[in-house]
Ligand binder design. Structure first.
Ligand code: PRP
Ligand code: MG
Length: 212
Protein backbone atom coordinates (compact mmCIF):
# COMPACT_ATOMS: atom_id res chain seq x y z
CA UNK A 1 0.00 0.00 0.00
CA UNK A 2 1.31 3.41 -0.99
CA UNK A 3 1.86 6.13 1.58
CA UNK A 4 1.24 9.84 1.32
CA UNK A 5 4.41 11.80 2.10
CA UNK A 6 3.84 14.97 4.06
CA UNK A 7 6.44 17.61 4.97
CA UNK A 8 6.03 19.61 8.13
CA UNK A 9 8.26 22.18 9.75
CA UNK A 10 11.07 20.56 11.72
CA UNK A 11 11.14 23.22 14.38
CA UNK A 12 9.57 26.61 14.66
CA UNK A 13 6.17 28.13 14.93
CA UNK A 14 4.27 25.76 12.66
CA UNK A 15 5.64 22.51 14.02
CA UNK A 16 3.39 22.05 17.03
CA UNK A 17 0.14 23.14 15.39
CA UNK A 18 0.88 21.00 12.34
CA UNK A 19 1.27 17.89 14.49
CA UNK A 20 -1.82 18.92 16.44
CA UNK A 21 -4.05 19.06 13.37
CA UNK A 22 -2.87 15.61 12.28
CA UNK A 23 -3.58 14.33 15.76
CA UNK A 24 -7.04 15.91 15.69
CA UNK A 25 -7.57 14.05 12.42
CA UNK A 26 -7.11 10.86 14.45
CA UNK A 27 -3.67 10.18 13.03
CA UNK A 28 -1.04 9.04 15.51
CA UNK A 29 2.58 9.42 14.59
CA UNK A 30 5.47 7.49 16.06
CA UNK A 31 7.45 10.42 17.25
CA UNK A 32 11.00 10.04 18.43
CA UNK A 33 12.67 13.36 19.12
CA UNK A 34 15.33 14.27 16.58
CA UNK A 35 13.74 11.96 14.07
CA UNK A 36 13.57 13.41 10.58
CA UNK A 37 11.08 10.86 9.32
CA UNK A 38 8.17 9.14 11.04
CA UNK A 39 5.31 6.90 9.98
CA UNK A 40 1.71 7.16 11.07
CA UNK A 41 0.40 4.11 12.87
CA UNK A 42 -3.18 4.18 11.62
CA UNK A 43 -3.13 6.07 8.34
CA UNK A 44 -1.01 5.66 5.16
CA UNK A 45 1.07 8.70 5.93
CA UNK A 46 4.79 9.31 6.24
CA UNK A 47 5.94 12.52 7.92
CA UNK A 48 9.15 14.33 6.93
CA UNK A 49 10.45 17.04 9.25
CA UNK A 50 12.11 19.67 7.09
CA UNK A 51 13.36 23.23 7.14
CA UNK A 52 10.64 25.70 6.16
CA UNK A 53 12.57 27.27 3.32
CA UNK A 54 13.39 23.89 1.73
CA UNK A 55 9.80 22.65 1.60
CA UNK A 56 8.73 24.39 -1.67
CA UNK A 57 11.62 22.74 -3.54
CA UNK A 58 10.76 19.29 -2.12
CA UNK A 59 7.16 19.80 -3.26
CA UNK A 60 8.22 20.90 -6.74
CA UNK A 61 10.54 17.90 -7.10
CA UNK A 62 7.86 15.51 -5.84
CA UNK A 63 10.08 14.30 -2.98
CA UNK A 64 7.03 14.91 -0.79
CA UNK A 65 3.41 14.90 -1.97
CA UNK A 66 2.02 17.51 0.37
CA UNK A 67 3.14 19.91 3.10
CA UNK A 68 1.84 22.04 5.89
CA UNK A 69 3.53 25.37 5.35
CA UNK A 70 3.03 29.11 5.76
CA UNK A 71 1.38 30.74 2.78
CA UNK A 72 4.06 33.44 3.02
CA UNK A 73 6.76 30.88 2.15
CA UNK A 74 4.79 29.77 -0.91
CA UNK A 75 4.32 33.37 -2.05
CA UNK A 76 8.09 33.85 -1.72
CA UNK A 77 9.20 30.64 -3.45
CA UNK A 78 6.23 28.43 -4.16
CA UNK A 79 5.89 28.69 -7.93
CA UNK A 80 3.74 25.85 -9.39
CA UNK A 81 2.54 24.67 -6.01
CA UNK A 82 -1.18 24.61 -5.31
CA UNK A 83 -2.97 25.23 -2.05
CA UNK A 84 -5.55 22.57 -1.20
CA UNK A 85 -6.74 23.98 2.09
CA UNK A 86 -6.25 26.96 4.36
CA UNK A 87 -5.70 25.67 7.87
CA UNK A 88 -6.60 28.66 10.03
CA UNK A 89 -3.54 28.69 12.32
CA UNK A 90 -0.17 30.47 12.36
CA UNK A 91 -1.72 33.65 11.10
CA UNK A 92 0.76 36.43 10.39
CA UNK A 93 1.47 39.33 8.08
CA UNK A 94 4.42 40.11 5.88
CA UNK A 95 4.96 43.82 6.36
CA UNK A 96 7.27 46.74 5.74
CA UNK A 97 8.44 48.61 8.81
CA UNK A 98 10.52 51.71 9.50
CA UNK A 99 12.04 53.31 12.62
CA UNK A 100 9.31 54.51 14.97
CA UNK A 101 10.43 58.15 15.02
CA UNK A 102 10.21 58.64 11.27
CA UNK A 103 7.26 60.10 9.45
CA UNK A 104 5.57 58.06 6.78
CA UNK A 105 3.39 59.23 3.93
CA UNK A 106 3.12 56.44 1.38
CA UNK A 107 4.90 53.49 -0.15
CA UNK A 108 6.71 56.04 -2.40
CA UNK A 109 8.80 56.87 0.68
CA UNK A 110 10.68 53.61 0.05
CA UNK A 111 12.16 54.97 -3.21
CA UNK A 112 15.93 54.59 -3.09
CA UNK A 113 15.85 53.17 0.44
CA UNK A 114 17.73 50.14 1.71
CA UNK A 115 15.36 47.41 2.88
CA UNK A 116 16.59 44.38 4.84
CA UNK A 117 14.49 41.25 4.36
CA UNK A 118 14.27 37.46 4.18
CA UNK A 119 11.46 37.82 1.63
CA UNK A 120 13.16 39.43 -1.40
CA UNK A 121 10.74 38.09 -4.04
CA UNK A 122 7.68 39.23 -2.10
CA UNK A 123 9.10 42.74 -1.61
CA UNK A 124 10.30 42.97 -5.19
CA UNK A 125 6.87 42.09 -6.58
CA UNK A 126 5.11 44.46 -4.18
CA UNK A 127 7.35 47.46 -4.89
CA UNK A 128 7.34 46.81 -8.64
CA UNK A 129 3.57 46.94 -8.65
CA UNK A 130 3.73 50.27 -6.82
CA UNK A 131 6.42 51.61 -9.16
CA UNK A 132 8.97 52.01 -6.38
CA UNK A 133 12.67 51.14 -6.69
CA UNK A 134 14.54 50.20 -3.53
CA UNK A 135 17.76 48.46 -2.61
CA UNK A 136 17.23 45.03 -1.01
CA UNK A 137 19.56 43.45 1.53
CA UNK A 138 18.84 39.78 2.02
CA UNK A 139 19.37 38.40 5.52
CA UNK A 140 18.08 35.13 6.90
CA UNK A 141 17.08 36.08 10.42
CA UNK A 142 17.03 38.81 13.07
CA UNK A 143 16.02 41.18 10.29
CA UNK A 144 14.58 43.76 12.68
CA UNK A 145 18.02 44.60 13.99
CA UNK A 146 19.17 45.97 10.61
CA UNK A 147 18.02 49.61 10.94
CA UNK A 148 19.51 49.86 14.44
CA UNK A 149 22.96 48.85 13.23
CA UNK A 150 22.85 51.08 10.18
CA UNK A 151 22.52 48.23 7.72
CA UNK A 152 19.20 49.37 6.28
CA UNK A 153 16.60 52.15 6.40
CA UNK A 154 13.66 49.77 6.66
CA UNK A 155 12.79 46.11 6.98
CA UNK A 156 10.33 43.66 5.52
CA UNK A 157 9.52 40.63 7.66
CA UNK A 158 6.83 38.58 9.31
CA UNK A 159 4.70 40.28 11.93
CA UNK A 160 2.77 38.09 14.29
CA UNK A 161 2.27 39.61 17.75
CA UNK A 162 4.23 42.72 16.75
CA UNK A 163 6.54 42.33 19.72
CA UNK A 164 9.76 42.02 17.68
CA UNK A 165 8.95 45.29 15.88
CA UNK A 166 8.14 46.96 19.18
CA UNK A 167 11.32 45.80 20.88
CA UNK A 168 13.40 47.10 18.00
CA UNK A 169 11.72 50.50 17.86
CA UNK A 170 10.09 49.90 14.52
CA UNK A 171 6.58 50.54 13.24
CA UNK A 172 4.61 48.65 10.62
CA UNK A 173 3.74 50.93 7.70
CA UNK A 174 2.64 48.59 4.88
CA UNK A 175 1.01 45.16 5.08
CA UNK A 176 2.05 43.35 1.92
CA UNK A 177 0.48 40.00 2.66
CA UNK A 178 -1.74 38.22 5.17
CA UNK A 179 -0.73 34.63 5.67
CA UNK A 180 -1.72 31.46 7.52
CA UNK A 181 -0.74 27.80 7.48
CA UNK A 182 -1.96 25.95 4.39
CA UNK A 183 -1.98 22.43 3.00
CA UNK A 184 0.15 22.61 -0.15
CA UNK A 185 0.26 19.98 -2.90
CA UNK A 186 3.12 18.87 -5.15
CA UNK A 187 2.53 19.27 -8.90
CA UNK A 188 3.94 15.73 -9.21
CA UNK A 189 1.50 13.94 -6.91
CA UNK A 190 0.39 10.55 -8.31
CA UNK A 191 -3.12 9.08 -8.52
CA UNK A 192 -2.85 6.73 -5.52
CA UNK A 193 -1.42 9.43 -3.29
CA UNK A 194 -4.11 11.78 -4.53
CA UNK A 195 -6.73 9.35 -3.23
CA UNK A 196 -5.12 9.22 0.20
CA UNK A 197 -4.97 13.01 0.14
CA UNK A 198 -8.71 13.15 -0.45
CA UNK A 199 -9.28 11.06 2.67
CA UNK A 200 -6.93 13.25 4.68
CA UNK A 201 -8.59 16.42 3.40
CA UNK A 202 -11.99 15.08 4.35
CA UNK A 203 -10.75 14.61 7.93
CA UNK A 204 -9.07 18.03 7.97
CA UNK A 205 -12.27 19.70 6.83
CA UNK A 206 -14.20 18.03 9.67
CA UNK A 207 -11.59 19.20 12.17
CA UNK A 208 -11.70 22.76 10.84
CA UNK A 209 -15.48 22.80 10.98
CA UNK A 210 -15.41 21.56 14.57
CA UNK A 211 -12.87 24.27 15.47
CA UNK A 212 -14.83 27.13 13.95
C1 PRP B 1 10.01 35.75 13.33
C2 PRP B 1 9.90 36.82 12.27
C3 PRP B 1 9.77 38.07 13.06
C4 PRP B 1 9.04 37.64 14.32
C5 PRP B 1 7.61 38.05 14.28
O1 PRP B 1 11.33 35.70 13.77
O2 PRP B 1 11.07 36.82 11.44
O3 PRP B 1 11.03 38.57 13.40
O4 PRP B 1 9.12 36.21 14.35
O5 PRP B 1 6.91 37.65 15.44
P1 PRP B 1 6.28 38.69 16.48
O6 PRP B 1 5.55 39.74 15.68
O7 PRP B 1 5.34 37.86 17.29
O8 PRP B 1 7.40 39.27 17.27
P2 PRP B 1 11.90 34.48 14.61
O9 PRP B 1 11.66 34.73 16.04
O10 PRP B 1 11.31 33.22 14.07
O11 PRP B 1 13.46 34.52 14.39
P3 PRP B 1 14.38 34.72 13.08
O12 PRP B 1 13.84 35.89 12.30
O13 PRP B 1 15.73 35.05 13.60
O14 PRP B 1 14.34 33.47 12.30
MG1 MG C 1 12.68 37.34 13.01
Amino acid sequence: MKKLKIAIQKSGRLNEDSLKILKDCGISIDNGKDQLKAAARNFPLEVFYLRNGDIPQYLRDGVVDIAIIGENVLVEKGENITIAEKLGFSKCKVSLAIPKGETYNSVKDFEGKRIATSYPETVKAYLKEKGVKADLHIINGSVEIAPNIGLADAICDIVSSGSTLFKNNLKEVEIMLKSEAVLAVSPKIQAEEQQILQKLQFRIQSVLTARS
